[in-house]
Design a binder for this molecule. Structure first.
Ligand code: ADP
Ligand code: MG
Length: 649
């Protein structure tokens, strides 16, 4: 079964050289039970690791089950190991968070798949049928070692390698383990056991003694076991069989959730970056949609050929910044403009403010627009019921109001408001009309308004002497630029201002649109930057946590390799873990983004739409970040040397 010849292995540590194996040659027959003895440091473990394909000798040849192993790749070695060899270690090396039965099932993940034994049966075999669901810390040392032995048998090995399996056990447990080994050997399993206790070696049928890396004696103490199953010749062609990726992925996923669960705070913190990043992406897309809708709403709510004359210098962000003097306008300005500029068909001055509306025991806060009847034409408003107020009512400063759809609903519910009296800032107004719903929601709820005559608003409600803006309708779109120029010239002449005066502003629709677009672009860019930075920082966070995880779990990685895991298996496992972190973070981020968007549309009246596209994008970003930033730690884990990993403290 095993034939090694002239094995040499030398460890170099700086200048010092340790010859761990010196010209070791031996043959072990199928069914033998070999004890390797010798003082500490004599090379026993090294030999066992070479026999178990966990390590390679510097020179010499090793034939296992008829396969020459010297030129095998790491993956072929892992394949042969998972099918042929079972390992039992002095330190048990059980996964601490997994139950006994899960620990026993672990090698299946790396095994050939179909063959192999049921973990529960194996636990019965080692006398632990009552302890299947126990975790390692709920088991005694002897019980843990029996679980480890069951695990070593999972993939039906022909060779069992045990490195001081009883070194950590009391004498009673030691006896149990040795009896178990003898029994397994009697059933045909080849056993090679390292020990330095003479008692222990008595259970073996052959004792090999080593000193300073060389075999010094080899004595037979009993016959080779004849019993057991006929040996199955395994050929090397079957070593690279594809294992079921999907079932492995499921197992990795479960493992990932388990390790996340064990480090909740840490995992939570490392998700934060992804969470904020994805949240920002989703909110950005939602706001972008909202901004587009707002511009569309502007388009539909303003007559196309509209100029707006406003006091103060209006910068692109729509905030009046009076640099020193501010030119104020009156209703007279509004009246005179159509007479002075022949391309202007009509004007509508307006003032705006906010006020408390009261009807019966109902309260509602709404924006007030004081204006004239032509405003309805210029802003494409129409009444659903009743009428708009008249020019006469403007002259009379009448206390009449036209309600937008929102206050009408809030104050009157289903009943007809026409003719009813409401209080606006404690002054009685009669409702004469209700506006049609605007439908499209812009940055503001356009339906949450109350229209009153401008004179009433200025003198009775707000105490203003000047108007806030004058809408100017131009006869043709082609006349807009010329009219804008003429309007400026007129205002400068009329108010005796300097040529380059900035104390007033004329905006046309195009400018309003670009102002909106600039605002939403700025917001989107800001969010995109936040998203990019957060995703990057989140990715680094995940990478960092994965590196810590890999370091923390070095021994586990070594164990998995000893159980037959290939580099690729380990890599898949850790990328899956990174993916789980980033996906959980991404999904939370998605919920956050949706929450922010819904919140904004609820409380700020922004139309923010979360689309399927942004959900897909959130998913795409999280997966991307997980894979990209999980790759390097996973590669690091995959590249670990199994022996060094197992010995890692
Ligand atoms: P044993 O199991 O018989 O106690 P080992 O096979 O573990 O001995 O080690 C044999 C020798 O090789 C020892 O002198 C040990 O110090 C040395 N050795 C083992 N592993 C390494 C290593 N990774 N690096 C350097 N020296 C090592
Ligand atoms: Mg040792």
């Amino acid at each position: 079964m095993i034939r090694v010849s002239h094995l040499n292995k030398t460890y170099r540590m700086g200048a010092a050289e340790v010859r761990a194996l010196r010209d070791v040659s031996l043959t072990i027959e199928r069914g033998d039970f070999v004890a390797i003895m010798g003082p500490s440091g004599s090379g026993k473990s090294t030999l066992l690791h070479v026999l178990g394909l966990l390590d390679v000798a510097d020179s010499g040849t090793y034939e296992l089950n008829g396969c020459i192993t010297d030129r095998m790749t790491d993956d072929e070695r892992a394949g042969l190991r998972s099918q042929t060899v079972g390992f039992v270690f002095q330190q048990f090396h059980l996964l601490p968070r997994a139950t006994a039965v899960e620990n026993v099932a672990l090698p299946k993940l790396y095994g050939p798949g179909t063959s192999g034994r049921r973990p529960a049966d194996l636990l019965d075999r080692v006398g632990l049928s009552d302890h299947r669901m126990h975790k390692p810390n709920q088991l005694s040392g002897g019980q843990q070692q029996r679980v480890a032995m069951a695990r070593a048998l999972t993939n039906n090995p022909t060779l069992l390698l045990a490195d001081e399996p009883t070194g950590n056990l009391d004498s009673h447990s030691q006896e149990e383990i040795l009896l178990l080994l003898e029994e397994l050997n009697r059933d045909g399993l080849t056993v090679v056991m390292v020990t330095h206790e003479l008692d222990v070696s008595r259970h073996a049928r052959r004792v090999i003694r080593m000193r300073d890396g060389a075999v010094v004696s080899d004595e037979r103490t009993g016959p080779v076991s004849a019993g057991g199953s006929a040996p199955v010749a395994k050929n090397i062609g079957s070593l690279s069989i594809r294992r079921s990726r999907w079932s492995a992925l499921g197992a990795h996923g479960r493992e990932a959730f388990r390790s996340l669960g064990a480090n909740k705070v840490r995992a939570g913190l490392s998700m934060l970056g992804i969470l904020i990043g994805v949240g920002a992406v989703v909110a950005m897309l939602a706001l972008g949609t909202g901004a587009r809708k707002a511009v569309e709403a502007q388009l539909s709510s303003l007559g196309a050929n509209l100029l707006v004359l406003m006091p103060g210098s209006l910068k692109t962000h729509g905030v009046a910044q009076g640099a020193g003097a501010v030119t104020r306008f009156t209703e007279t300005d509004a009246r005179d403009i159509p007479d002075e500029i022949h391309t202007v068909t009509q004007t509508a001055p307006s003032v705006t403010g906010a006020a408390q509306l009261v009807y019966g025991n109902k309260n509602w806060r709404s924006s007030i627009i004081g204006t004239v009847p032509s405003y309805a034409t210029l802003r494409a408003l129409s009444v659903a019921r009743g009428r708009f107020f008249t020019d006469l009512e403007v002259v009379q400063r009448a206390r009449v109001a036209v309600l937008g759809a929102t206050p009408a609903q809030e104050l009157f519910g289903g009943t007809d408001p026409i003719g009813e009296y409401i209080k606006i800032n404690r002054i009685n107004f009669q409702v004469v009309g209700v506006l049609k719903e605007k439908g499209a929601m812009g940055w503001r709820n356009q339906d949450d308004v109350v229209g009153v005559p401008i004179t009433t608003a200025m003198r009775r409600l707000m105490g203003k002497d000047y108007v806030d803006m004058i809408d100017v309708q131009v006869d043709k779109a082609a006349h807009l630029p010329a009219t804008e120029k003429a309007l400026r010239a007129y205002v400068i002449r009329r108010h005796r201002l300097a040529e380059d005066d900035e104390s007033f502003d004329v905006m046309n629709l195009a400018e309003i649109q670009s102002a909106f677009q600039a605002t939403s672009r700025t917001l989107s860019m800001l969010l995109a930057v936040i998203a990019a930075i957060s995703l990057f920082v989140g990715g680094i966070g995940i990478m960092n946590i994965m590196l810590v995880t890999v370091t923390e779990r070095t021994r586990e990685i070594g164990l998995r390799k000893a159980l037959g895991a290939r580099g690729r298996d380990i890599q898949t496992q850790f990328i899956t873990e990174a993916l789980v972190i980033s996906l959980v973070g991404g999904i939370s981020g998605l919920l956050l983004g949706v929450g922010v968007s819904v919140g904004l549309s609820k409380f700020a009246g922004w139309a923010a739409g979360v689309s399927g596209g942004s959900v897909a994008l959130a998913f795409f970003f999280s997966v991307g970040v997980g894979v990209v930033f999980g790759y390097w730690p996973a590669r690091k884990a995959a590249a670990l040397n199994p022996i060094r990993a197992l010995r890692y403290e």
